[in-house]
Design a protein around this ligand. Structure first.
Ligand SMILES: C[S@@+](CC[C@H](N)C(=O)[O-])C[C@H]1O[C@@H](n2cnc3c(N)ncnc32)[C@H](O)[C@@H]1O
Ligand code: SF4
Length: 408
């Protein structure tokens, strides 16, 4: 989520969607994202829409947050309700942040229950919450599982103290084995960890240590993200003052290859450029829903939503968000109606990163003409049925350049 939001067109006060998008709802899987915009401290690299207690100011609090989200869920039901058909069932729920586990587990349970009561959860639904290793206990995890969550995603980032310190992470890495075991004991069969590579001062050996430590936890899923030095963050200021070095491209490439080799050897296969899963059942279906252009409602301040070609985003500050809903108004700040060409370009960008590949029918004539050259350069391969384009490992390292050639 960028630190500033585009303006876009105004969203109507009642949040109503264009008739064409409402009519098309149901043509794709439907998911729900819930943003929890609270953190104990701000990590120097992070530009997500999140607030520490001192940054939050009046008009928004952790305690009232679940009720505010429930008010937006009620508004969503009004917006999406059609006389001639039921509301769409929810296939996937993802509670992200911020730090969702700063809310009481009961509050997270009430939000999931509200989604279920309003829309209905599909029989095989997936419900993930992100969690900071410092903000869970055996009891809180047992509550989350008993209230219906199916998946936990821990923000591990690194196992190496000096790397965690540069990232301003405050959790104790020694806690990870405990929190993973507690999740298993609570009945979570899907446990994921997030890692970051390319932190200033991190060596290849440091990164390999983090990978090995993560794998020793026995996760079902690992996300490994290249550190992005986001404009306006404390890290960006430190880089521009010359206090720390910007991530080095060659080292980042070696780190990606080390991740792919180690994770694959441990039985986790890549299914998206930055994501590896033990098997198909361990993939994050919610993220797959984003990557394949499906429909979702994003609840919470700054959250983005997409329904059949209409994309909108909520006001950014938690107090403004709460105020809009208290007044019975949509928290939508702006929206855009995507034309077919924009949707095609976005699909190429997202689907080309998938192991399942990008259907060749997405490409225009110029894009199709680039394919033989990309194949002979060893950057892409055709799927067995020849209908899809899949990045090779070299292509994954150069994914942006590949996409530029597919979208000339
Ligand atoms: C916004 S965080 C939410 C989870 C939780 N608050 C945490 O930090 O552990 C989601 C994930 O995005 C990744 N992330 C955040 N900022 C990033 C950046 N600047 N570069 C790369 N990855 C980033 C981290 O791996 C993080 O776990
Ligand atoms: S805990 Fe996560 S969301 Fe919060 S500041 Fe750190 S990276 Fe960002």
């Amino acid at each position: 989520m960028p630190s500033t939001l585009p303006e876009g067109q105004a969203v109507p006060a009642d949040g109503a969607l264009p008739a064409a998008s409402l009519d098309a709802l149901g043509g794709a899987p439907f998911g729900v994202y819930v943003h929890v915009p609270f953190c104990v401290t701000r990590c120097g690299y992070c530009d997500f829409n999140t607030y520490t207690s001192s940054e939050l100011g009046p008009g928004a609090s952790h305690d009232s947050y679940a009720d505010t989200v429930l008010a937006e869920i009620a508004l969503a039901a009004q917006v999406l309700q059609r006389a001639d058909r039921p509301l769409p069932e929810v296939e996937t729920v993802f509670i992200g942040g911020g730090t969702p586990t700063l809310l009481a587990s009961d509050d997270l349970g009430r939000i999931l229950e509200g989604i279920d009561k309003t829309f209905g959860l599909a029989a095989d639904y997936e419900a993930t919450t992100e969690a900071n290793p410092d903000s869970v206990t055996p009891a809180s995890l047992a509550t989350l599982r008993s209230r219906g969550f199916t998946r936990i995603s821990y923000g591990m980032q690194s196992a190496v103290p000096h790397v965690l310190a540069t990232l301003d992470r405050t959790h104790d890495p020694a806690r990870l084995p405990d929190v993973v075991r507690w999740a298993r004991d609570a009945g979570f069969s899907q446990v994921s960890v997030d890692l970051i590579y390319g932190t200033p001062g991190e060596s290849l050996a440091d990164w390999e240590r983090s990978l090995d430590t993560a794998l020793a936890l026995g996760p079902d899923h690992v996300s490994a993200y290249a550190l992005i030095v986001e404009e306006g963050t404390a890290l960006a200021r430190r880089v521009s003052r010359g206090e720390v070095a910007a991530p080095d491209d060659d080292l980042m490439a070696d780190m990606y290859l080390a991740a792919d080799a180690r994770l694959s050897a441990a039985g986790l296969g890549w299914y998206e450029l930055s994501n590896w899963a033990r098997d198909d059942a361990a993939r994050c279906r919610h993220n797959e829903l984003y990557w394949t252009g499906a429909d979702w409602w994003g609840f919470g301040p700054g959250a983005h939503s997409h329904v059949a070609g209409t994309r909108w985003w909520n006001v950014k500050h938690p107090a403004a968000y709460a105020q809009r809903l208290a007044e019975g108004r949509s928290p939508g700040h702006g929206r855009e109606i995507l034309d077919l060409e924009t949707r095609r370009v976005e699909q190429v960008l997202l689907e080309s990163r998938l192991h399942d590949g990008m259907p060749l029918v997405r490409l225009d004539a110029a894009g199709r003409a680039a394919v033989p050259g990309l194949v002979s350069d060893g950057l892409v391969e055709l799927s067995d049925d020849s209908h899809r384009l899949v990045l090779t490992v070299r292509g994954r390292l150069l994914a942006d350049a590949v996409v530029r050639r597919l979208l000339p």
